[in-house]
Design a binder for this molecule. Structure first.
Ligand code: ATP
Length: 197
């Protein structure tokens, strides 16, 4: 089964676009949500995280101390890379076993850090969602009720659209002046036609 990754900067519209793919009958794996679950549930990962970041990484009830972990990795690329390096292999295993349960011509893996985590190497094609900075900031401020500076902070920790685009097999332009559904349908039909041949 063909594996298609979808990525894009914060607020670019990945999740919204994935809802349309789901309507088309395509199964979507949410790598960010599964990464959080792995961090919380996978005993092997938990052990390694405690080893690397200290016992404070988890609360007494076993849940992740997100504030603590965020502080450990904020503005520290090496620490962030280390954390991703602990979580990512477990997500990869989880993704592969999830695929075994899916049917359809292809599956989608949605990941904000598909490129940064190296997970792009494990998919056959990559869809990159682009939207201009101004729209992304406005959308995230509305969605999360946060200030512009918070959105910019998260944006600055990610790759630029241009860097991401260099990995793209397909680009979706999700700016306000573009119709997004025809772009999704074109990509869907293109992938289906190739997966049939
Ligand atoms: P994140 O990386 O933060 O998870 P995302 O890329 O998944 O973000 P979405 O959550 O899909 O982005 O979109 C961000 C917000 O922008 C949402 O509230 C969504 O409803 C809105 N949005 C997405 N696309 C459009 C669009 N074309 N027009 C108007 N609003 C949009």
């Amino acid at each position: 089964m063909l594996k298609v990754g979808i990525t894009g900067g914060i607020g670019s519209g990945k999740s919204t676009i994935c809802k349309v793919f789901k309507q088309l009958g395509i199964a979507v794996y949410d790598a960010d949500a599964r990464g959080k679950a792995v961090l919380e549930e996978n005993e092997d990962v938990k052990e390694k995280v405690v080893e690397a970041f200290g016992i404070g990484a988890y609360n007494e009830n076993g849940s992740v101390n997100r504030l603590f972990l965020a502080e450990q990795v904020f503005s520290k690329p090496d620490a962030l890379e280390k954390l991703n390096g602990l979580v990512h292999p477990a997500v990869r295993v989880d993704f592969e076993s999830w695929i075994d349960e899916q049917t359809g011509a292809y599956v989608i893996k949605e990941a904000a850090i598909l490129i940064e985590s190296g997970a792009y190497k494990e998919v056959d094609e990559i869809i990159v969602v682009n939207a201009n900075e101004e729209s992304r900031i406005r959308r995230v401020m509305n969605r999360d009720q946060v200030e512009e500076s918070k959105v910019r902070e998260r944006m600055n920790a990610q790759l630029s659209d241009a860097e991401r685009a260099s990995y793209a097999s397909h680009i979706i332009d999700n700016n306000d002046d573009q119709l997004v559904i025809p772009q999704i349908l074109r990509i869907h039909e293109d992938i289906i036609s190739r997966s049939n041949s």
